[in-house]
Design a binder for this molecule. Structure first.
Ligand SMILES: C[S@@+](CC[C@H](N)C(=O)[O-])C[C@H]1O[C@@H](n2cnc3c(N)ncnc32)[C@H](O)[C@@H]1O
Length: 249
């Protein structure tokens, strides 16, 4: 039996690395939005660049991009191989970011952060319940009025508009599989054009309303919502931690 590594054989690690062709394309897309998100990265409009926790940092592509902007970065990812790639890129390109192989739902961190980022559709790999666990676990490490920036694909919108039923990407044909109401996920089938066979994988369904409702229940208000044109993501939302007792008007 051929064992397929989802990130290597299906997604391709190069989508997640700073120095790849894909990486450069994704960085250019983020650059196009940087002016709009910059005020939220340090939080509280402080003059100094803040410390950012990059949740589900993958191969470190956007962590290193943020470091290049002057922020101090800790990236965490529960996939050992991704962290190995991130550390390799850091060494090769002489960056300083810290990368940890850890599950965001259980990791104990001893630093405080000005902002959290969860970029590149990491949400698609996280169920609604796991997301709540992650935010509850990490909340104590986000300072008062700290921001959470999330770029994701509003997959509910795509599913309802039938954009998932069948599609092609560089090397694959994607076929929409079953929806599971148990964990709000879709099973996708991806067939390789290049002889690596077929693989099934799970993608959790998210929408901007679902995210907003969960974040609100966790004590975060939406302060900016952008529809963006980028690989893998359609939306970039910024949330801010509310003060104790603060209510939305
Ligand atoms: C789609 S990739 C995005 C990577 C990166 N943020 C980027 O934009 O290139 C999602 C990453 O989230 C990681 N991930 C999923 N669940 C996680 C968890 N509970 N804790 C830490 N990382 C997680 C996966 O291992 C994967 O590397």
């Amino acid at each position: 039996m051929v064992v397929i590594d989802f990130w290597k054989d299906v997604e391709g690690y190069e989508k997640y690395t700073y120095s790849s062709r894909w990486g450069k394309k994704r960085i250019a897309e983020m650059e196009a939005n940087y002016k709009e998100i910059e005020p939220f990265l340090s939080g509280n409009k402080r003059m100094i660049k803040g410390r950012i926790l990059d949740i589900g940092c993958g191969g470190g592509l956007l962590s290193l991009w943020l470091e290049s902007k002057g922020y101090s970065i800790v990236g965490i990812d529960n996939n050992k191989k991704m962290i190995k790639i991130a550390l390799g890129e850091k060494k090769k390109l002489k960056f300083k970011s810290e990368f940890k192989n850890a599950d965001a739902g259980t990791v104990k961190l001893d630093k405080m952060f000005d902002s959290f980022t969860m970029f590149g559709n990491t949400l698609a790999n996280i169920s609604l319940i796991s997301f709540v666990k992650i935010m509850r676990n990490l909340n104590k490490n986000l300072r008062k009025k700290g921001n959470v920036l999330i770029s994701y694909n509003d997959s509910l919108k795509s599913v309802l508009r039938d954009q998932y039923s069948i599609s092609t990407s560089d090397n694959f044909l994607n076929i929409n599989g079953n929806y599971s109401h148990l964990d709000n996920s879709i099973e996708l089938i991806r067939v390789s054009f290049k002889g690596k066979g077929m693989v099934k994988f799970k993608m959790y369904v998210w929408s901007s309303q679902i995210l907003q409702a969960l974040m609100l229940s966790l004590g975060f208000k939406l302060v900016k919502s952008m529809e963006i044109k980028a690989e893998m993501v359609t939306n970039l939302d910024v949330y801010q931690k509310m003060r104790d007792g603060e209510h939305l008007s």
